[in-house]
Structures are given as C-alpha cells and as structure tokens.
Design a protein around this ligand. Structure first.
Ligand SMILES: Nc1ncnc2c1ncn2[C@@H]1O[C@H](COP(=O)(O)OP(=O)(O)OP(=O)(O)O)[C@@H](O)[C@H]1O
Ligand SMILES: [Mg+2]
Length: 233
C-alpha cells in the first residue's frame, strides 16, 4: 500500500495520488485508490460525475462497499463519512490484505482529517510526500521522517506548486541533502502552472498532456513510479 502523505493542506496530495495511480494503471497494473478524505477530490480530477454509495466505511464494516471504476485498470473507493471505530487498525489492515489479492497497487490519498494517520503510516509499505518548498512544510516533512516507523518506507519527496524564488531554491537544496542521506528520491520541483490548472479543468491527467512544458513532470513521475514498482513486495 502506497500512502501519499503530508499534513499540510493543498500541497497536491490528491492530484499526485491520481497522477501516480493513473500512470501505473496505464502501464497495465491493476490499481486501486482509496481515500481518507470525504471531499473525494480525485473523482473530480478523474471527471467522474455519477452518484455513489457508501465506500470505505462499508468496506471496513461489511467487507464490501462502493467501488467506482475510473478508467481501465483503475478503481476508486470513496469516503462519505467515517468516524474511527476502536478496532480501525485491525479492520483497515485486514481490508488492505484482502484488496491486495485483487490489485497490484493500492494508493491511499492520506488526508490528516480522518485521524487514521498512524494506522496509514504503519500499514503503508511505501510513502510519497508531496510538498511546498517553504520552511513550515519542510519542518513538517522532517517531522514525518521522525515519526515513521521505518524511514526506508519513504520513497519520494515531490515538491509541487513551486515558483522560482531564492528561498525555494535554498529549501530545495536543504531537502536534497536530507533526501540523499536517507536514500529518498527528491524530484525536480513541479511548477504551479496554468497548463496544469487547464488540464484539471478538462478532467485530464498529466499523462494525457503532450505539451512540451509538462514533459519534465511526466519524466519525474515515471522515476517515482519506477521506485514504487521496484519497492513492491
Ligand atoms: N502544480 C500545480 N499547478 C497548478 N495547480 C495545482 C498544482 N498542484 C495542485 N494544484 C491545485 O491545487 C489545489 C490543491 O491540490 P490538491 O487538492 O491535490 O491538494 P491536497 O493536498 O490534496 O489538498 P487537501 O489537503 O485539501 O486534500 C487543487 O485545486 C489543485 O488543482
Ligand atoms: Mg486532497
């Protein structure tokens, strides 16, 4: 299970979860996304506009629930409302184990709001961290590195929504040192860009774009996908 995590809001967790999962599904792997965020933003990124029933909550309590087919090889389990039950950890772990028999890759869009954070971190075999290149978010990353039970789980840090300021360059270099020391893939910063805004508005993923200015994003994400595939047990 691959957890996309950052406690900071708006860094691109949902978007990058969708891009990575979509990319891996297009390589032919059966892929599932589940979310811990009842905004279900990924449905909008994927252009899904239908109705849906109870998702993760039902899967946890009954072992079956809503499953939305987004595209070839790519399914999604939504979250409508969920209050953590006492045995959430056991139920979540069992669910992931069961789903792993049906899917090659399971991505979790890890919102901190559900409060299941520790369980997600423990259950994840791989963790990807999208981030802003600012001081506060970087401190948050250092915090994540400290609370993760096994630092080897952290596979990649993806700076996103970046500009060209001097301070961002400095923070990038700081992150580079941390990542290199820990064996984590730090991608080139993804720019805050109107091409991305337009792709999102058209419900297209980064893999649908042929635009030259977004080529570096596909190249960087393919590196992340390669690391994920190599790290899959
Ligand atoms: N590189 C980018 N360029 C332009 N817009 C972007 C970029 N990355 C993300 N966005 C936009 O920024 C907003 C936040 O992205 P997203 O919803 O993926 O973040 P999040 O971390 O999941 O947020 P939340 O904490 O609310 O769940 C969205 O409107 C998304 O479309
Ligand atoms: Mg989100």
């Amino acid at each position: 299970m691959i957890l996309i995590k950052n406690n900071k809001g708006g860094v691109g967790k949902s978007l990058i979860t969708y891009w990575l999962a979509k990319g891996i599904s297009e390589l032919g792997y059966k892929t599932l996304i589940l979310t811990s965020d009842n905004q279900n933003n990924i449905l909008s990124y994927a252009g899904f506009e239908g109705e849906y029933g109870v998702g993760l909550e039902a899967w946890l309590s009954k072992g079956i629930g809503e499953l939305i087919h987004l595209s070839k090889n790519l399914d999604y389990i939504p979250l409508t409302e969920y209050k953590l039950k006492r045995n959430f950890e056991e139920k979540f772990k069992n669910l992931i184990k069961e789903l792993k028999t049906k899917y090659d890759y399971i991505f979790v869009d890890g919102s901190p709001t559900l409060g299941g954070d520790k369980v997600f971190i423990k259950t994840a075999s791989q963790i990807i961290i999208p981030t802003y290149l600012d001081e506060i978010t970087t401190e948050g990353i250092v915090n994540i590195l400290n609370v993760v039970d096994d630092i080897k789980k952290i596979k990649s840090i993806i700076p996103n929504r970046c500009g060209k300021s001097k301070i961002e360059k400095e923070i990038f270099l700081e992150l580079k040192e941390i990542s290199d020391n820990a064996g984590i893939l730090l991608t080139e910063p993804i720019k805050q860009s109107s091409i991305i805004t337009n792709l999102i508005a058209k419900h297209k993923s980064i893999w649908d774009s042929k635009a030259k200015p977004t080529e570096y994003i596909r190249a960087e994400l393919l590196k992340v996908i390669e690391v994920i595939i190599n790290g899959n047990e």
